[in-house]
Design a protein around this ligand. Sequence first.
Ligand SMILES: [Zn+2]
Length: 135
Amino acid sequence: MNSRLERLIWRRANHRCEYCQMPQEFDALPFQIDHILARKHGGKTIPRNLALACFFCNNRKGPNIAGRDVLTGRIIRLFNPRRDVWDEHFSWNNELLLGKTMIGRATISVLEINMQHRLTLRQALIAEGVFPPES
Ligand SMILES: [Zn+2]
């Protein structure tokens, strides 16, 4: 990936994970550029198929394109930062991320956004008054 494209993705995302909203500056591990539709499924390296993701979101997402909505049991596509509006699918309850839709819940589940060590980090940042970031 060329550095110009990489800079565009970082800037467009405001240096935050486009799934869990964590800013890179508060996360010890370097963020990665996610292929929303993975290369193995034919996803291209173009701006509309790319998103900035924290290490954990990207690592859990892998090549997944769908997950199970815990409420209905249905298999649902994952949140797409390029076509979906974050606030329509997710909301914060303190450090806990809640899915407002099937897409939101399936994404939280596959990306394990509410894993204990992530809750602990968000809790500390909330106490510092720096999370969630202002939109
Ligand atoms: Zn993330």
